[in-house]
Structures are given as structure tokens and as C-alpha cells.
Design a protein around this ligand. Structure first.
Ligand code: AMP
Length: 381
């Protein structure tokens, strides 16, 4: 059984990178999938957000890309170029934010070994992406739509890929990316290694796995689609007009970085104005904001410049801010999966956190769906 990173066949360079990232012991998903990935197996990993799944695939992929050590930098430690022909690894993710965060993990863990990562996401102009591709990346992290554009325009070939990762596969399919994912897989080499990660395993994901993975190793972590045990959940029953005063009261009473989810972009803007007017450092993340505004919001929230981030679901999907103390569902999400994903934003790998939900009388149907899925009521305040 793998209990420490030393139990895994990792190079000293990777051990150093893991130590620099601040990871002391592997999370359960890391303990279970790093070995099979290093052996070249296809993997289907059923894992929630916050389980350390990004590093679970990034660590062995970087090891495979730098295998042999021959490509490693000489003693002066200037990283050398790994890829001569074309990219050797591709990670597909449902949202831009998640793609950016995956790329960051590859940079953190792979930069010293000379691994070059480029992000190709929608909503950004093609120019910088084309110059990124000129850098001959080893790893491409992309949303399916934009990646497909590049393939169609022949600005990128996928014939050199050795490993393909489908991250948050359930969400990618939910968002309607199935045709692009299928077409992309069709133009990658058949003998590639394929890894698929998904929080839930609906039939559509099972079918995708059956079509494109070869004798995959199946790994499940934790109770599927149940929130991480360390999150303390509380529910306030409040009519809509009382939600803003309630939020301001909570922000006043409790400290810590707070992520607030609203149902609509319009509501996110309105709540942000009220929170700002009450003197809190607040920013917003939703689909009507430009890519640079979103980046500024996320970076500012991560660095602590903003204490409160108000977001809608899609924009906040997969965002990784280790210090979130508190998630507030200003509006209840429509599905139990979204509830679990939202509250998974707090209590990441080694911390615990709080999740507070506001439910208006007209949201009772959603509340019942969520509680049925959880298998217990959310504790009332
Ligand atoms: P993920 O599930 O990939 O979104 O990762 C959740 C968080 O866990 C991120 O902030 C990672 O930096 C962190 N993390 C990943 N692996 C470890 C580890 N072995 N020990 C501690 N934290 C980790």
C-alpha cells in the first residue's frame, strides 16, 4: 500500500517539486492512481473536487514526459526543451478557470524539469495562443471548443500525443462538449494512454470510457458525489429579501475568505454592490466578465486582496483557492451535484471549512432534492 511519496517510483526531481509544492503525503486518489499511470495504464478515477486529483495525474504525467533523465537539464539547472515534434500530453477541462488551474499545477510540479505547458481556452484572442504554440509545448491544457478550433485550423496537430486526460468528464458532457471531445479523441493516436476523471458516473461518462479507454484501472475515492466529510453545513431559512442582510451579518461576525454563489449574474452584481457598500473587499466572477477581469478577480481573491468572491456556478467550477474558510449558497443550486461541487470549494485537501446555505420558501423543492441526495437533512441554524 502506498502511504508516502517515497513508496512511489518517483525521480528525485519530482520529489523535490512535490516538497516545494508543500505536499507531505499523497492523498488517497494520488496513492491509488500514480502507480498505474506510471505503468502506462488507462485510468478511470471517480473523485470529487478537493481530493488532489489534479496532482494525481500531473505528477505521473510529468514523470513520463521527462522519463530517462536524458532530457533533464545539466548541472547548471537551466531547463532544456523537451518536445521537438509536438505536444505529448493533452488535458481537456470543462471551464477556462479549471484549465488555468490545471496548467498552474503542471507549472508548479514540472517547471524545474523543463516541462512547457500552454493553455488554449475560449474567450481569449488567438494571437497569444498561437505564440504559445510556437514555444512547442509538451503539455496542452484546453477547453474542448477552443482546442477543436485549433485542430480545424491546423494550428495544432494531435498526432504526437502520448497521454490524454479528460478532467471533470461529467461536467464536460453536461456542458454539451461531447461532440468536440469525440472528434478530438478521434484524431489522437490510438495507442495513447487515456485518463478520465469525473465526480459522478452517469451513463454518458460510462459510455465515453467504454469507447475510448482500454482495460482501465478503476479508482473511486471517498463516497461518490457526497460532500467531503470535513465541511460543516448549515442552512438558514430566509425569504429572498432577507438574504442580503443575513449575508452582511455573517460577514460581519465571522472572518476568513468567503465564496458566495448566486443563481444569476445579475444577482451576483447586486449582492457584490451591497457587500462592497458594507465595507468588505469584494469581487465578482461570472460569464459576463472578460477573461482579464476574471483573472484579476481570482488572483485578487487568492492573494487575499479581496476577502469575498461572488460567483455563479459555471464561472466558479473547479476554482481552487486553498484558503476558503466559508462557502455561502446565497441561492440554492438546482442540482445536488452542483451543491456538492460548490461546498467542495471549502475544506480542500487538508483543511476544514464551513458551508452555509440560504433557502427561500420557493427553493424548497431544490432543498428536498439536495437532501435526498445527501441522505440527510442539512442542519438548520
Ligand atoms: P484538486 O482536487 O486537484 O482540486 O486539489 C485540491 C487541493 O489540494 C489543491 O489546493 C492542491 O494544491 C492540494 N493538494 C493536492 N495534493 C496534495 C497533497 N498531497 N497534500 C496536500 N495538499 C494537496
Amino acid at each position: 500500500m502506498v502511504q508516502t511519496f517515497s513508496d512511489l517510483a518517483l525521480t528525485p526531481a519530482m520529489r523535490d517539486a512535490i516538497a516545494r509544492a508543500g505536499y507531505s503525503t499523497p492523498t488517497p486518489i494520488q496513492a491509488q492512481v500514480i502507480g498505474p499511470i506510471l505503468e502506462g495504464r488507462d485510468v478511470i478515477g471517480c473523485a470529487q473536487t478537493g481530493t488532489g486529483k489534479t496532482a494525481a495525474f500531473a505528477i505521473p504525467m510529468i514523470e513520463i514526459l521527462t522519463r530517462g533523465g536524458a532530457r533533464l537539464a545539466p548541472a547548471d539547472s537551466r531547463p532544456t526543451r523537451l518536445s521537438a515534434a509536438g505536444p505529448r500530453a493533452l488535458v481537456l477541462a470543462p471551464t477556462r478557470e479549471l484549465a488555468l488551474q490545471i496548467a498552474e499545477t503542471f507549472d508548479t510540479l514540472g517547471r524545474a524539469q523543463g516541462v512547457v505547458t500552454v493553455v488554449l481556452i475560449g474567450g481569449e484572442s488567438m494571437g497569444p495562443q498561437l505564440s504559445g504554440l510556437q514555444r512547442r509545448p509538451d503539455v496542452i491544457v484546453a477547453t474542448p471548443g477552443r482546442l477543436f478550433d485549433h485542430v480545424e485550423r491546423r494550428t495544432l496537430g494531435l498526432g504526437t500525443l502520448r497521454i490524454v486526460v479528460l478532467d471533470e468528464a461529467d461536467r464536460m458532457l453536461d456542458m454539451g462538449f461531447a461532440p468536440q471531445v469525440e472528434r478530438i479523441l478521434r484524431v489522437t493516436p490510438l495507442d495513447r494512454q487515456t485518463l478520465c476523471f469525473s465526480a459522478t458516473m452517469p451513463t454518458a461518462v460510462e459510455m465515453l470510457v467504454r469507447r475510448h479507454l482500454v482495460r482501465p484501472v478503476r479508482v473511486e475515492v471517498g463516497v461518490i458525489a457526497k460532500p467531503v466529510a470535513k465541511v460543516t453545513q448549515v442552512l438558514y431559512q430566509a425569504p429572498i429579501q432577507q438574504k442580503t442582510p443575513l449575508l452582511l451579518k455573517l460577514l460581519g461576525e465571522e472572518g476568513g475568505q468567503t465564496l458566495v454563489f448566486t443563481r444569476t449574474k445579475h444577482r451576483a452584481d447586486r449582492v457584490a454592490r451591497a457587500v462592497g457598500a458594507a465595507g468588505h473587499r469584494v469581487t465578482r466572477l461570472h460569464a459576463d466578465r472578460s477573461m482579464s477581469q476574471r483573472r484579476e478577480a481570482l488572483d485578487g481573491f487568492r492573494s487575499g486582496r479581496y476577502r469575498v468572491l461572488i460567483a455563479t456556478d459555471i464561472a466558479a467550477r473547479g476554482i481552487d483557492v486553498p484558503a476558503i474558510a466559508h462557502v455561502v449558497n446565497f441561492d440554492l443550486p438546482h442540482t445536488a451535484e452542483d451543491y456538492i461541487h460548490r461546498i467542495g470549494r471549502t475544506a480542500r485537501a487538508e483543511a476544514s471549512g464551513r458551508a452555509t446555505s440560504f433557502a427561500a420558501p420557493e427553493e424548497h423543492e431544490q432543498l428536498r432534492t439536495i437532501e435526498r441526495h445527501l441522505g440527510h437533512p442539512v442542519p438548520r441554524h
